[in-house]
Design a protein around this ligand. Sequence first.
Ligand SMILES: O=C(O)/C=C/C(=O)CC(=O)CC(=O)O
Ligand SMILES: [Ca+2]
Ligand SMILES: [Mg+2]
Length: 392
Amino acid sequence: MDVVTPGDFGRTTLPYCSFVVPGESRRRVGVGVDTDVLDLTTAAATVVPEHADLFADGSLDALLAAGPETWHAIRSALLAWVDDAHTGVVQHHVSPADQVELVLPFTVADYVDFYASEQHATNLGRMFRPDGEALMPNWKHLPIGYHGRSGTIVVSGTPIHRPSGQRRTGQGEIVFGPSVRLDIEAEVGFVVGGASTLGEPVPLADAGTHLFGICLVNDWSARDIQAWEYQPLGPFLGKSFATSVSSWVVPMAALDAVRTHPPDRDVPLLPYLDDDGLEPWGLDLRLEVRLNGEVVSRPPFAGMYWTGAQMLAHMTVNGATVRPGDLFASGTVSGSERDERGSFIELSWNGAEPLTLADGSTHSFLENGDTVAISATAGDLWLGEVSGTIVL
Ligand SMILES: O=C(O)/C=C/C(=O)CC(=O)CC(=O)O
Ligand SMILES: [Ca+2]
Ligand SMILES: [Mg+2]
């Protein structure tokens, strides 16, 4: 088992963030180096002078728009700088990451959430639709998704207000009030860069020109609101109240060593989704879910049935565009073991089998004051964390 120090990115991952120095209002683009952050908004004139303007506004927006050649040029320059750093002239642009305020790193354009874990889809199908087949007949033919609400995506650390809404009680009464079945969904988000052209699908083979990087996502879900409202159009107010993302975006290029083949597909795929023989887009990542500091689950990402490249190909196959800042999430990551499930509705089996923590307390859905943190590692790489605390 690899030993990873939380918060330590090492020197080759080079994730991006946006941050504010305490007492200032100006945003800056940061790069994570070990446990430090390099202020790229000021250091770019020295490290990547020909691209310095991309970091002027303190967000990743211009970088995302710039496209893959620029991403690679900047990453190469950063890797070279890190190699002979700590004596260099940019050393005074580095500060400990825990001494700055991390803010939402890019302007989220469109937000889509998929449903790519077979274990999660099977578990949810059993609980939401006990009288039918667990997996819908379309599930293995296309990556199922829904359009979410980009305006309520919040950065890690933002308090999460318990949503109110309609729900149907066990007695069949329709009532209104704060959700009593508030849950998480541990997911990986794909951050899109570069624009595609209206009417031109992005084929699987071109995924690398648009997949800039990944972040971690918690798709907070009010299961009681969701269960009552979702048929026939899908998730709506039960999920739109807030979605948390990690402060750091890990470039795809940092994950080359953990690219892996997705599981064998049980049914033949249409050509636009058939990735047989193409470079693999599965990612061997391990998520970790902590409730109030205690690990409750370690969902494995490598087992996801659909890859980010397939989600992108599917999202654009009708000619719809993607644009810089689009975010699409994998869907809840769940493995086959109980302690690999990525939501509390699964971990507690709809409340029937509450979790017992080390202090003897039992938990099914979230209480006010609960803090959930989802982190991820890839081998010996730390990939960041997304956390949030429930408030009334
Ligand atoms: O099966 C359903 O009706 C609903 C499932 C979800 O809530 C899951 C969802 O948001 C997609 C995912 O995260 O996998
Ligand atoms: Ca979700
Ligand atoms: Mg959400």
